[in-house]
Each structure stands twice: as C-alpha cells, then as structure tokens.
Design a protein around this ligand. Structure first.
Ligand code: ZN
Length: 127
C-alpha cells in the first residue's frame, strides 16, 4: 500500500480542497468587507453626531456663564481645559475638523456637517 499513487491522490484531494477553501474565503470576504466598511462609517457618523451635540451643549454653558450674545464665538480656550465645560478638545472620529461658530449657529464638522433642525446636514450629501 505504500506506493506513490496513494500520496499523489491525497495531494490532489488536498490541493482541490485548499483551492475551494480559498475560493469560499474570498467570497465571504467579498460579502463581509463592504458590510464592515458600512458599519464603520455608521459608527463614525453616530460618534460624530454625539460630538457635535456635546459641542453645542458646551457652547450653551459658556454663553450662559459669561452672558454671551448670539454673535459671540467661543474659542477652544473658552470650552476646553481644566474647569471648563470639557476637559479635552473633542476629536472627530472620521478625522474632520470642528468649527465652533457663533452662538446663533451650531458647530460644524468638515466631514459630518452640522445639525440643522435636528438633522445632520452633511457636506458630502449636499454637493
Ligand atoms: Zn466629524
């Protein structure tokens, strides 16, 4: 029984099996990767929206505490740091930059846009 034929057949079977495995794994990856990318974007969107809400709250506290008007604009030093509304400056999860804006306008993210009437007004959707 110890001849080369058995090993050759076993090798052939293993080769075909591994080829099929690579094919199946590739197909699974083709399905899973876009889902992962979409889930990641949705998570970033949710975290970005939460950050914008938090920034708006911090601006409101600053305006109340310092009797600011609609046209006043807080700086990073007004909102972030020890004894301020937020200990650390918020960072956009998608790498956007925040513009605090005057009190009459909500803060804006260069990636996630800004809240208008309770909805996120995204710059990439308005182009
Ligand atoms: Zn953002």
């Amino acid at each position: 029984m110890l001849n080369g034929n058995g090993l050759a057949i076993a090798g052939l079977v293993m080769g075909c099996t591994s080829f099929l495995m690579i094919l199946v794994i590739g197909m699974l990856a083709a399905i899973a990767v876009p889902d992962f990318v979409r889930a990641r974007a949705a998570a970033q969107q949710a975290a970005g929206a939460a950050n914008l809400k938090a920034l708006e709250g911090a601006k409101g506290i600053w305006a109340l505490e310092h009797k600011k008007q609609d046209w006043d604009t807080p700086t990073d030093n007004d909102l972030f740091g020890d004894g301020k509304s937020m200990r650390e400056k918020l960072v956009c999860p998608a790498g956007g930059t925040y513009t605090l804006n005057p009190m009459r306008e909500p803060p804006r993210c260069s990636v996630h846009g800004q809240f208008k009437d309770g909805e996120l007004n995204r710059p990439d959707l308005n182009r």
